[in-house]
Design a protein around this ligand. Structure first.
Ligand SMILES: [Zn+2]
Length: 163
């Protein structure tokens, strides 16, 4: 088990569409363990494979009582709307208000390759959407209007230069 290095904006891998997970073996189980460890260490509620430099459709999350591994994730339906603060470990946790659906149904495979569907609302639904986006090479700031996106990136770069 190991804590992995978190990739940060604007590293290329964060903007690339992940490859499907095909092998559900011990290597994948170990990777998921590392991802949970890395996520908890960084005090995040979700972590996708591109965030540790892997071009793979895989994420882990532990958010608002929903703890799961999602390989080849897809949000198959959404409902309603919520507006709330969101941040990302790859963008220095700089928060921004993002409008998302209130409810989301996730379809994915667990670390054994078994398909499941899970419905969530509120914060956990937001995590489904945010993490599935990562697997498609999309960041939460891509949902913001250009001006606000540039503001967040500016703030992120400024904060990064302090550390
Ligand atoms: Zn993120």
């Amino acid at each position: 088990m190991a804590i992995r290095k978190i990739t940060e904006y604007p590293e290329t891998v964060l903007g690339e569409i992940g490859q499907p997970v095909i092998e559900f073996d011990q290597e994948l189980a170990d990777l998921c363990t590392d991802m949970f460890e890395t996520m908890y260490d960084a005090e995040g509620v979700g972590l996708a494979a591109p965030q540790i430099g892997l071009k793979l459709r895989l994420f882990v999350m532990d958010c608002d009582g929903v703890k799961l591994v999602a390989a080849n994730p897809e949000v198959i339906s959404t409902d309603g709307e919520q507006s709330g603060q969101e941040g990302c470990l790859s963008v220095g946790k700089v928060p921004a208000v993002v409008v998302r659906p209130q409810k989301a149904v996730l379809r994915a495979q667990n670390e054994k390759g078994e398909w499941f569907e899970r419905e969530a609302e509120g914060y956990a639904a937001r995590a489904f959407l945010h993490e599935t986006d990562h697997c498609n090479g999309k960041l939460f700031i891509d949902h913001l209007p250009k001006m606000r996106r540039e503001m967040i990136i500016k703030r992120y770069k400024k904060e990064k230069s302090w550390t």
